[in-house]
Design a protein around this ligand. Structure first.
Ligand code: ADP
Ligand code: GLC
Length: 484
């Protein structure tokens, strides 16, 4: 089967979060299963810097807008791990400092940028290889499914090609003003509540949900949660309407990238059988954060996160006074919204001996934290899947998480009676629950035996892509069958 992925992020080319890890690793696993996989990505400035002069696959595809055309080239990123990559090159759209936004807000023309991207993928596919199925990711690629079933409805080449939409985060939907319909040449009769219209805006993700042949999200729990008003981010009704075609497939992780036995970003290698190297990683991490003096008995809590409201920083700010009284240090890496960056810096200024923050995006440091910390904190308000806690398991770094979405699906609570469990989780999204559970984890750290069992339990978990890739392949086959 030939599967075309359309996405706005993909490791190693462009990454702000877990979407990039998924699009960087699931295709390779599908290729291993014998499928042909092609990934399309916008050619951001960062991609152009990485690969300055790739071969040109198509010199020009025409993308019509109201009153004018734009033209995109399709550049050949070559084949990596059996997967063909193409970059949609349209400098006036993608040759910018960032992918989606500047610190002062989203780019004003994101509807045109990602509308163009989706159309370019359809046009390019007609010439470079018509897939059996399109697999699109998040709102940025959702317009592809809409175009397929509207503007391209009569295209003899594409009309029977099904599409699968994966929702990595229902909190980001792509809301745009009504005149977007005209800008993108979409028929006005689609601007209705049962199609693209949403509170008098054009909602890209909603369009994807309405028109995709199947919808997946990245954990079973989150698939249930987004059908409720609490976590559906106003799309729960639309999602309930499509519940027969909605499934949760838990993400896998790429153990070639995230494995303490082989990770080239960390100070020393280690395995479940020989944990010696982890101490060296801890020393190296503490050094990087200027905390060389920390005693071996003091637990190190790590945190790597986008700094946004999703990730639980409100809870952290309400608990930090009490947490700072405990014997522990918290090491945080992240960036994102100004508000939360400032909040983290302020907390650090108040408790410099207890909390160290680096406000930046740094992949090497993210690996060092996974390896060098004793505990890993993810108090997310909601979490579709979450990859960091899965990486943590592999690194023997015990997760403390809010029991939501993929965090709930991947972490089992420690049980000292049976020596089972892989971490600590709290159900209520309250400062008290976070504090109690973190204290429970810190107490448990003091028992060498219990801690060793926890680490071993976590390191024995297998979240590789093999099973999820098979689930996706079965789903592709189903949608292809249904359309033919
Ligand atoms: P989300 O996609 O919601 O941000 P995930 O847990 O799925 O959450 O994935 C986050 C990914 O992004 C992980 O690979 C994590 O290591 C990485 N990451 C997040 N913030 C940073 C950062 N500041 N520096 C380096 N890597 C980061
Ligand atoms: C999103 C979610 C995260 C998930 C990732 C990859 O960014 O916030 O929970 O792990 O996508 O699917």
């Amino acid at each position: 089967m030939h599967i075309v992925f359309a996405a706005s992020e993909c490791v190693p080319y462009a990454k702000t979060g877990g979407l990039a890890d998924v699009v960087g690793s699931l295709p390779a696993e599908l290729a291993k299963l014998g499928h042909r996989v092609t990934v399309y990505l916008p050619r951001y400035r960062q991609v152009a810097k990485m690969i300055p002069n790739p071969p040109v696959a198509l010199r020009s595809v025409t993308i019509p807008f109201a009153y004018y055309n734009r033209f995109a080239a399709i550049l050949d990123g070559g084949v990596t791990h059996g997967v063909q990559h193409y970059f949609v090159d349209c400098p006036e759209m993608f040759d910018r400092e960032n992918f989606y936004s500047t610190p002062s807000g989203d780019y004003g023309d994101n509807a045109e940028r990602f509308g163009l991207f989706c159309r370019a993928v359809l046009e390019a596919s007609k010439q470079l290889g018509v897939p059996d199925v399109f697999h699109v990711h998040d709102w940025q690629a959702s317009m592809l499914t809409v175009l397929l079933r509207s503007t391209y409805f009569f295209d003899p080449v594409l009309r029977n090609v099904p599409s699968v939409l994966t929702i990595h985060n229902a909190g980001y939907q792509g809301w745009f003003p009504p005149d977007t319909m005209e800008k993108l040449l979409l028929p006005w009769d689609m601007f209705t509540m049962d199609k693209l219209e949403h509170f008098d805006t054009v909602n890209f993700l909603k369009g994807g949900i309405v028109y995709a042949d199947a919808i997946t999200t990245v954990s079973r729990k989150y698939a249930e949660e987004i059908q409720t008003p609490e976590l559906g981010a106003s799309l729960d009704g639309v999602l309930r309407d499509r519940s027969a075609d909605l499934v949760g497939i838990l993400n896998g992780v790429d153990y070639a990238e995230w494995n303490p036995a082989t990770d080239h970003n960390i100070a020393a290698h280690y395995t479940a059988a020989n944990l010696e190297g982890k101490q060296e990683c801890r020393r190296d991490l503490l050094h990087a954060f200027g905390l060389d003096h920390i005693a071996a008995e003091t637990p190190v809590i790590g945190l790597v996160s986008r700094f946004t409201s999703q990730k639980g920083f409100d809870l952290l700010s309400e608990t930090i006074d009490k947490l700072a009284l405990e014997d522990m240090v918290l090491i945080a890496l992240g960036n994102g919204e100004q508000f939360y960056e400032d909040m983290m810096r302020e907390m650090e200024a108040r408790f410099p001996g207890k909390l160290r923050v680096m406000v930046k995006y740094d992949n090497v440091l993210a690996h060092k934290i996974e390896a060098g910390a004793d505990l890993f904190l993810m108090p997310s308000r909601y979490e579709p899947c979450g990859l960091n806690q899965i990486y943590s398991l592999k690194y023997g770094t015990v997760p403390v998480v809010h029991a939501t979405g993929g965090l709930d699906d991947t972490i089992d609570n420690w049980d000292m009676e049976t020596n089972t469990g892989t971490g600590f989780k709290f159900r209520d999204y309250t400062p008290e629950a976070l504090l109690d559970t973190t204290r429970w984890a810190l107490d448990t750290f003091r028992s060498k035996e219990a801690w060793s069992a926890l680490m071993q339990n976590g390191m024995a978990q297998d979240y590789s892509w093999k099973r999820p890739a098979e689930e996706y392949a079965a789903l592709y086959e189903r949608v292809v069958r249904q359309r033919s």
